[in-house]
Write a protein that binds this ligand. Structure first.
Ligand code: XIL
Length: 394
């Protein structure tokens, strides 16, 4: 599904933007974009991007067909931390959220246990606030998530429901939640983490929907979501599916099956929770490309890059440099695949990261330090985005 775009067309698209940024970047890089690519040395591009990012955010230097997103911190592990709800109370956080990103993902606020805490009661307040914020700041939203084995409320997991009852509960939930935000959500992670890990992935036995209702419930979830919001792009989403391998193969087969049945599946997303404990997923682009070739959109939805931290809890300069490379490589993989149009990092500030809570002894996984100063990884993303936008890489 790759079509060649001409460099000049890309440049023209870049140059017609509003505000000062096109002048700062587009015009100064224009000769390269118009056919003298490579003339502007990398360090000059970098200087200009740094200057532009004094006033603008990542969203302003991103190619126009790529949403650059973050998880919106709240709920989940934050509830046990010694700070109030970040999205509601941290003003610098809100400013960075609005300035830097064009896409927002509720980190926990649309999960079952938050949005549907009792059988007969939905609590939309937190998700409403995110959607409203996004609309006010010209951002899209990724809905997360509808059919998952985790973070389900006790009334559901302990409910002792018959299969018929469970089916009705899921249908009602999807229609209610997706319907409420219809027209305001760009992409929904309809099914999250449905496969097990290891060499022979199977559908997860601990997924209450699949175990009670069989694999066909995945197709139904997509159908119900599509009925409730025909505009939203509907995704499969999982971790450890960055590389080509047994688990992503399982998704490839499932995608083919769903598409053959005419199920409204529109995308495949890899979370990309990366760690220095393992090598960088070197087949990431190739993997996304094969789903793109099926006619699906692709997305990176939860990127973070964690590392072991010593006594002082601070990353070394070498670790920060390696982290910058990994963020850049992940972004380049997405930029290399035509319909990879959404690139989301799982939080941007180390202060609010889920990583130290879930992966003990590791941390520093995000692109900003706790005081909002920007890491090499932030600049690697900024420069890579700007080059893609103004030098016609994409
Ligand atoms: C995590 C959140 O970041 C935490 O706040 C929460 O305590 C647990 O879940 N895959 C997913 C995300 O799909 O929903 C998870 O988010 C991270 C792994």
């Amino acid at each position: 599904m790759r079509s060649q775009r001409s460099l000049s067309r890309t440049f023209v698209r870049g140059a017609v933007g509003v505000g000062m940024l096109p002048v700062l970047l587009g015009a100064t890089l224009a000769p390269a974009a118009a056919g003298e690519r490579g003339r502007v040395p990398d360090h000059v591009v970098e200087q200009r991007v740094h200057k532009a990012l004094d006033r603008y955010g990542l969203r302003d230097v991103a190619p126009r067909d790529l949403e650059i997103g973050t998880a919106v911190a709240g709920g989940g592990h934050h509830l046990e931390q010694d700070y109030p709800d970040p999205f509601t109370y941290d003003q610098p956080y809100r400013e960075a959220l609005a300035r830097e990103f064009s896409s927002l993902s509720p980190e926990n606020q649309a999960k079952w246990e938050f949005i549907h805490p009792e059988q007969d009661r939905y609590d939309f307040a937190a998700m409403d606030a995110i959607v409203e914020f996004a609309q006010r700041h010209g951002q899209v939203v990724r809905g997360h998530t509808l059919l998952w084995h985790s973070q389900n409320p006790e009334w559901l997991t302990e409910g002792d429901f018959t299969p018929e009852e469970l089916r009705a509960i899921l249908k009602d939930h999807i229609q209610t939640v997706v319907g409420r935000y219809a027209g305001k959500i760009q992409q929904w992670d309809v099914a999250n983490e449905v496969f097990t890990d290891g060499p022979n992935p199977t559908l997860r036995p601990e997924n209450i929907w699949i175990s009670a209702l069989g694999p066909g419930i995945i197709a139904d979830a997509f159908r119900w979501a599509h009925e409730a919001d025909p505009e939203a792009k509907l995704f499969l989403n999982d971790y450890a599916v960055d590389d080509i391998g047994a688990k992503s193969d399982a998704y490839y087969a499932l995608s083919q099956e769903l598409l053959a049945q005419g199920v409204p599946l529109h995308g495949f997303a890899t979370q990309a929770h990366l760690s220095f404990e393992y090598p960088f997923p070197s087949t990431l682009e190739e993997n996304l490309q094969r789903f793109d070739d099926l006619g699906l959109e692709t997305a990176i939805t939860e990127l973070d890059v964690r590392m072991p931290l010593g006594e002082n809890g601070r990353p070394t300069a070498e670790q920060l440099a390696q982290q910058a490379d990994w963020y850049q490589w992940a972004l380049e993989a997405c930029l290399g695949v035509e319909d990879c149009n959404s690139f989301t990092i799982w939080g941007f500030n180390d202060k609010y990261s889920w990583v130290p809570v879930f992966f003990e002894g590791t941390g520093a996984a995000n692109v900003m330090f706790e005081d909002y100063t920007r890491k090499p990884a932030y600049w690697a993303l900024a420069v890579t985005l700007a080059k893609a936008r103004w030098l016609g890489v994409r």
